[in-house]
Design a protein around this ligand. Structure first.
Ligand code: SAM
Length: 276
């Protein structure tokens, strides 16, 4: 696939679609390199925008599928690219796409995107929970959100537990707002995620586990026993017993618990037959 002369039309970036376009080619190459693209790969790009990542990817992978919600950008990209059967632009909301309608279940794919800030976490969640999950993800998102997703015990939040339950997260590098046009107000960070093939929740269900985690983070400044007791409306004695059995100090704050602590805690809830 190749690029023809760009269509020279102006457009005003839409804040509602998180349109901060990357203008630094060096950063674009680093993002693409982070998915280790192979010539045999199928890659899905979320929000190609004006195509800075797309142009690099197009020359490096076998199949490229781009999902862009903005009608104008999507049309513009189609006219800039000489589309082939191996290159597709879907003008749609990435949150509403079932990738199985686009890629056969048996085909592995990698996911990449400089994500719109306002829906970055929902987009990651959408693809991590599909039947046909990506084999690898590289995304750029707001630094604070990236920090939370990749956090270690001491700084964990609900999002850290949820996304680390489903993938191995690695923080790669952070960039200054000036690499975008228009420049956002905050820094951005690139992370990679390797989705787990098997669920870490062996008994019970992931959704019930996450109900427990949400209850645990209902008041992050409070101690874990208080959060659980009030949010789940259970007796103090029962919560104290469960925390002791799980080997968790009652006075810990929720952000200090590791993913393994949460899984152990959930296991004790199950063993005690407590409904969540
Ligand atoms: N990839 C381009 C770049 O690096 O310059 C654009 C990145 S810009 C931060 C986010 C892009 O996602 C925009 O092109 C925007 O129109 C698109 N977008 C926003 N919400 C979307 C959604 N729900 N589904 C698909 N694309 C979306």
């Amino acid at each position: 696939m190749s690029f023809s002369t760009p269509v020279n039309r102006r457009m005003k970036p839409k804040k509602s679609l998180g349109q901060n376009f990357l203008i630094d080619l060096n950063v674009a190459h680093r993002i693409v390199d982070a998915i280790s693209p192979l010539t045999t790969d199928t890659v899905v790009e979320i929000g190609p925008g004006k195509g800075i990542l797309t142009k690099i990817l197009a020359g490096r992978v076998e199949y490229l599928i781009c999902i862009e919600m903005d009608d104008f950008l999507s049309q513009n990209l189609k006219s800039k690219l000489n589309a082939t059967a191996k290159f597709k632009i879907i003008n749609a909301d990435a949150l509403k796409i079932d990738i199985s309608d686009v890629i056969p279940l048996s085909t592995q794919y990698k996911l990449i995107g400089n994500l719109p800030y306002n829906v970055a976490s929902p987009i990651i969640r959408h693809y991590l929970t599909m039947d046909n999950k990506p084999s690898f993800i590289t995304v750029m998102l707001q630094k604070e959100v990236a920090d939370l997703i990749a956090a270690k015990p001491g700084k964990m939040g609900y999002l850290s537990v949820e996304f680390q339950l489903r993938s191995t997260v690695e923080k790669l590098f952070t960039v200054h707002p000036s690499v975008f046009k228009p420049a956002p107000k905050v820094k951005s960070t690139v992370i990679t995620m390797k989705p787990h093939e098997k669920s870490k929740i062996i008994a019970g269900s992931e959704s019930e586990f996450l109900t427990l985690v949400r209850a645990g983070f209902s008041a992050p400044r409070k101690q874990i026993h208080n959060c659980l007791q009030h949010s789940l409306e259970l007796s103090k004695d029962l919560i104290w017993d469960i925390l002791k059995l799980a080997g968790i100090d009652l006075k810990n704050r929720p952000q200090t618990l590791s993913l393994e602590d949460w899984i152990r805690l959930y296991t004790v809830f199950l063993e005690r037959g407590v409904n969540l």
